[in-house]
Design a binder for this molecule. Sequence first.
Ligand SMILES: NC(=O)c1ccc[n+]([C@@H]2O[C@H](COP(=O)([O-])OP(=O)(O)OC[C@H]3O[C@@H](n4cnc5c(N)ncnc54)[C@H](OP(=O)(O)O)[C@@H]3O)[C@@H](O)[C@H]2O)c1
Length: 289
Amino acid sequence: MQNITLIGLGAMGRALAQAELEAGYEVTVWNRTAAKADALLRNGARNADTLVDAIAASEVVLICLSDYASTYAILDQPGVSELIEGRIVIQLSTGTPADAREMKQWIGALGGQYIDGAIMVYPPSIGSDASQLLIAGESEVVAKVQHFLDALGGDIRNLGDEIGAAAALDMAVVSRLIAITPAVIHGALICESEGVSLQQYASMFPEGDRARAVVLSIHADEFVDNVSASVDVAINVASSIKRQAQTMGINSEFPDFVLGLYQRAVTAGQRHQDTSSLIKVLRNQGIAG
Ligand SMILES: NC(=O)c1ccc[n+]([C@@H]2O[C@H](COP(=O)([O-])OP(=O)(O)OC[C@H]3O[C@@H](n4cnc5c(N)ncnc54)[C@H](OP(=O)(O)O)[C@@H]3O)[C@@H](O)[C@H]2O)c1
């Protein structure tokens, strides 16, 4: 099995497609906005004029769209869903464990096989030793596509056949990430109130640590738009974690708290700014605002 179809050529989908090409596989690509395929086509990818052509081209279909709703929007239409029978669908869009369970059921009912995954790195790391993906699915199905997964990077973790496991571990890791910025901002407020320099505070964290970047951004008073760590992204992530908590009946005070903080940044017009911009709200209003 040497052919793979890539659906979704955003920043991440393009990196995945490029890694499959570099591993020597025949890659067919499709994206709603066709122009995003241009560089991949120059690098040897095959163009599919239609979504139907794209899916028909390979037994394995790798999907990387914004979310699961986008996946249903393109696959759940006449002439397309019928093609899923006999194919293996690998879903690498971010979602919740419940999303993964629902999609496995839907793909299975259409006669397809399903693997769910989560990508734990930024696009430039895909295909390198620094890459990390979490994978969940039945072992015989995963075995059939292992070579395609291996092309995506160094640390491909198979979590077994509990289909929600990759999304669950992804959420558990991201839960820590959304906690870092508010915690570090409170640290910055302590430093500011006691006259300790923010440079000194930043130096307590290693190079490359998100906490260091947050403090330096506050020190520079620069809260530039940053799509990978915007207030908007933090709200989306915290909302998913809250939905998961509600679905599974676990405590949701933490995502509620984080959402409440970031919601205030949205109200202040900072939706597209880096999450470190939250300090502007907390300085002005105090934590109980
Ligand atoms: N980027 C990262 O650092 C990163 C890291 C880990 C995981 N991820 C996950 O990877 C997934 C993709 O991320 P990305 O960075 O590639 O996002 P992106 O650059 O925003 O791309 C989103 C993709 O989804 C497509 N899309 C959205 N809604 C659609 C719809 N209704 N119908 C058809 N296509 C639709 C877009 O098509 P158009 O081009 O036509 O708009 C585009 O191909 C997300 O689930 C994200 O959470 C990303």
